[in-house]
Design a binder for this molecule. Structure first.
Ligand SMILES: Nc1ncnc2c1ncn2[C@@H]1O[C@H](COP(=O)(O)OP(=O)(O)OP(=O)(O)O)[C@@H](O)[C@H]1O
Ligand SMILES: [Mg+2]
Length: 141
């Protein structure tokens, strides 16, 4: 099922992400798609704060490739921008079953091959601060 939300500010995006986080129990994979500056990291800040993690701890792991946050659950935050699909797959597979996996540039993977409940989230920039956020749960698993 697909749900669509309109965000008019970073605060809106945080709120939408916190609502979404209520659906998670910490053993899922979340694929985030959206251009540079769309708000992928802002969205992850919202998820993290729902689980008691300080928003300021959450930053794009553009160079480090991965950040790990410990709160009520463990979150593995990966940025696939600089990885090939093969490298990304190898890295992710180490964390399957150990916590919530959230991927910026998740659309770099061609397929959802992991044996985990999965969500695809797309953030589209419409104008200035306006964003359309589309959340889709992959229903066949
Ligand atoms: N409605 C909105 N939702 C989210 N961010 C917004 C919104 N309006 C403006 N912004 C701004 O857009 C930027 C989003 O940055 P963010 O780092 O989350 O993007 P990103 O998609 O993670 O980019 P990157 O691919 O570079 O990691 C922030 O500066 C934020 O303040
Ligand atoms: Mg980012």
């Amino acid at each position: 099922m697909k749900k669509k939300f309109e965000s008019l500010s970073p605060e809106d995006t945080l709120k939408i992400a916190k609502e979404f986080a209520q659906e998670l129990n910490g053993n899922e994979i979340v694929y985030l798609k959206g251009e540079l500056g769309a708000g992928k990291t802002v969205f992850i800040k919202g998820i993290a704060s729902y689980f008691g993690i300080d928003k300021n701890e959450v930053n794009s792991p553009t160079f480090t490739l991965m950040n790990i946050y410990e709160g009520k659950i463990t979150i593995f935050h990966l940025d696939l921008y600089r990885l090939s699909p093969g490298e990304a797959e190898e890295m992710i597979s180490d964390f399957v079953g150990k916590g919530l996996i959230i991927l910026e540039w998740g659309d770099r993977l061609k397929e959802d091959i992991f044996d985990l409940p999965a969500f695809f989230i797309e953030i589209k920039v419409s104008e200035e601060d306006n964003r359309e956020i589309i959340i889709e749960k992959i229903e066949d698993k």
